[in-house]
Design a protein around this ligand. Structure first.
Ligand SMILES: *[C@@H]1O[C@H](CO)[C@@H](O)[C@H](O)[C@H]1NC(C)=O
Ligand SMILES: *[C@@H]1O[C@H](CO)[C@@H](O)[C@H](O)[C@H]1NC(C)=O
Length: 358
């Protein structure tokens, strides 16, 4: 089995990248009293419809959007601008009852601009049969690395159909960190051996609902049943704090603010919270899958991070298994809440909206 670098080596690489990058940016840094504004935006200010006609419906105040899937079409929206790194979040309330085959996605992509070598960072929420839990999948691609999927799948510590929960991604030059309700669930640290597989070109932000019957639920065994349509997902608290894709000066300042903001910095407490989440909810990780790529494990994987022996050779957890809907609420909330403030952000984040670079 290919050995991944230990956590400390990966961290050292990340620190080197930060330090060398920051050194280059010092003149700009001095000039920048930078802060990142994480106030939610209105739909019309920063997003536009992508497809689905009337199946996309912004609320009258523009602060939330309903996306529906019916037998005619799914629906989706996209940011008006592309961004080069940033923090992107949406609170999503998912449809209940029978939702097998339904995919609700919140993701970054530039496939429209680079059809053959696109980058992508994904949150995919996968519906299920009545009484079975929704699952979450994260993934990323860089420069068209679509033959090297980096999937992970998780259960959720709550019933995502009862109220909105925040799904967020911090994408920096050195890492992609995925969050659920402010708790980090995955950190992909960029290591040199990843080469162009790490997403590096400007991307737009997308939200979609669509028919994923071919694969979404138990590998395609359970398909969308339009007797239960329409399927409606409500998006709110749209946070879109991206660095501009163009404009060197603005970009550098923004990246300093981003990389020193709470969402981009993994403290020991946040790593511990992430380990707790993964121990309870990680169903599958490509980092533990020694069959998929013929014994090759990706260079950014830390085989020890999730504890040894907890996974089958095909990447599925021996300890976490899909259940009928139950959401083990108390146990899970307790596990994840330690590092999370009342508004769902990690407690290390400043309350009141702005992530400061000071
Ligand atoms: C990305 O892909 C394009 C097209 O295949 C290729 O020309 C380019 O060299 C790649 N970039 C990197 C950094 O590998
Ligand atoms: C998988 O690895 C074996 C042993 O190294 C090799 O013989 C085989 O060609 C590989 N298969 C693929 C599809 O790469």
């Amino acid at each position: 089995m290919a050995m991944a670098p230990p956590a400390s080596a990966a961290l050292a690489v990340q620190m080197m990248l930060i330090i060398s990058w920051a050194a280059a940016a010092v003149p700009v840094l001095a000039a920048a009293a930078a802060s990142l504004d994480t106030t939610p935006v209105t739909f019309r200010a920063r997003y536009m419809p992508l497809f689905g006609g009337d199946n996309l419906a912004p609320s009258p105040d523009g602060r939330s959007v309903r996306l529906k899937l019916d037998a005619q079409t799914g629906s989706g929206f996209v940011s008006k601008s592309a961004y080069h790194h940033g923090f992107f979040s949406a609170s999503i309330k998912l449809p209940d009852d029978y939702t097998a085959g339904v995919v609700v996605a919140f993701y970054l992509s530039n496939a429209d601009v680079f059809p053959r070598n696109h980058d992508e960072v994904d949150f995919e929420l996968l519906g299920n049969r009545r009484g079975h839990e929704w699952r979450v999948q994260t993934n990323l691609y860089g420069n068209g690395s679509t033959s090297r999927g980096r999937e992970e799948r998780y259960l959720l510590p709550f019933d995502p159909t009862l109220r909105p929960h925040a799904y967020a991604v911090a994408w920096t030059p050195t890492a992609v960190i995925s969050y659920v309700d402010g708790a980090p669930i995955r950190e992909v640290v960029r290591v040199p051996a990843m080469g162009a597989d790490f997403p590096a070109k400007p991307m737009s932000v997308y939200a979609t609902i669509w028919d994923g019957s071919a694969w979404a639920t138990d590998g395609g065994r359970y398909k969308v049943d339009y007797a239960f349509a329409p399927f409606a997902a409500d998006f709110s608290s749209l946070v879109l704090t991206g660095c501009p894709a163009a404009g060197v000066d603005a970009d550098a300042r923004c990246e300093v603010a981003l990389m020193t903001a709470g969402c981009a910095v993994m403290t020991p407490a946040k790593r511990a919270a992430m380990r707790r989440f993964r121990r309870r909810f990680l169903l599958y990780s490509v980092c533990h899958d020694s069959y998929r790529y013929n014994g090759t494990i990706f260079p950014e994987c830390d085989a020890d991070a999730d504890g040894r022996g907890g996974f089958h050779r095909w990447g599925e957890s021996k300890l976490v298994s899909p259940t009928r809907r139950g959401y083990r609420q108390q146990r899970a909330d307790k596990a994840v809440a330690v590092n999370v403030a009342a508004d769902g952000r990690p407690s290390t984040w400043p309350v009141g909206g702005a992530l400061r670079a000071d």
